[in-house]
Design a protein around this ligand. Sequence first.
Ligand code: GRF
Length: 210
Amino acid sequence: MLRVAVCVSGGGTNLQAIIDAIASGKIENAQIVRVISNNKNAYALTRAQNAGIEGICVSPRDYENRELFNEALLKCLKETDPDLIVLAGFMVAVPACVINAFRGKIINIHPALIPSFCGKGYYGLHVHEKVLQRGAKVTGATVHFVDEDLDHGPILLQKAVDVKEGDTPQILQRRVMEEAEWILLPRAISLIARGRVTIDDNGLTHISDE
Ligand code: GRF
């Protein structure tokens, strides 16, 4: 059974997609062992509670300095002995101590097709604002493994979504969530839970057949 810890910051729609996929059997052989939020008001914590999953807030505001927060986040993750850590709308830079402790075991959902529209400043609605400003006709979402650089680790899954005439950032964000994020993240967890994902020496992922 894959032990999954999910890190959140906001509404938790990606968390909900994972919860629902496990409940429906779309994800087999996995369980969410803890939800961790940096934001005590995150509705994602309510979603966890409603699903009977332990939710914990670890906020930088509660620590004298960043180092103490980083250590607390690492401790909170280690306690659950996770096989996989999922960043699902997590707006905190993952500290090096966490990446070192769980190298190759952390995935993130980014609301664009990496390497486009990613990196510093590209998060949440800002991503979709930039896509529309640039006039891109296709965008989408990416699930990738997390390393020290922002939105940089090995790409695991991607799915394209059309940009439509008259889209606002909010309309586009919703479409990317519905048509890509909420599909890709459960699929990525399912593949990892079934042992079908490897990363080669060149940092490229490979998905084996059933
Ligand atoms: C989504 O746009 C997601 O792509 C990004 O964070 C936003 C909120 O996600 N990573 P959620 O509703 O909290 O899952």
